[in-house]
Design a protein around this ligand. Sequence first.
Ligand SMILES: *[C@@H]1O[C@H](CO)[C@@H](O)[C@H](O)[C@H]1NC(C)=O
Length: 209
Amino acid sequence: MKTALFAFVLLFALVSQPLLGAAEASPDEVVDTVGKLLRAGVNYNILLSMPYTNSRNPKGLGLSKIGKSCPLDVVVVDRYHSLPLRFIPVNPKKGVIRVSTDLNIMFPPNITCPHHSTVWKLESFKVSKGRSLSLVSTGGVKGNPGRETIGNWFKIEKYGGAYKLVYCPSVCPYCKHVVCENVGMFVDEKGNHRLALSAVPFQVKFLKA
Ligand SMILES: *[C@@H]1O[C@H](CO)[C@@H](O)[C@H](O)[C@H]1NC(C)=O
């Protein structure tokens, strides 16, 4: 009887330990518009809604040449003109995308700027004297987490029954001046609807391309 009890306790310890450990370590998986797990390296269209547009008429994301020749900038477009995107987790061995995890986000290669990557990267933009904001451009580096690539990492967080994109990198714990911000929109003086860091986030969903 004693042996049986001991065996049971031992078995319970063995079974429960890894389960508890796993539950603590991994944040929730992100799901797409049909409830399937978001996968690394698979193409999705990001549907943007609220508060900039209503959710029945979501927008998409595209690339545009604004101001400079290359790299291309990320712009908000009609969803039927949106380009697919893929997510690459900071740990490239992970096949599933989870919330609160550092990610590279990239478009497929674009022949307009063949010598620049299509990996998202923040770029500083001077709005007026002494005031600047961060816009989402491309030309970033895939992987290589650390100080050098601090502007290349984004995260997906839960938001209002869907998700939002944020800039809040964890890839450089000792980097100063990393302020977490939402990914929203900035309309520049020429009327370009540019993806930018903002107090107000877009609500986003992921539609498998
Ligand atoms: C390539 O970039 C241009 C902007 O220069 C954009 O209009 C076009 O949609 C992009 N195409 C692809 C396939 O990424």
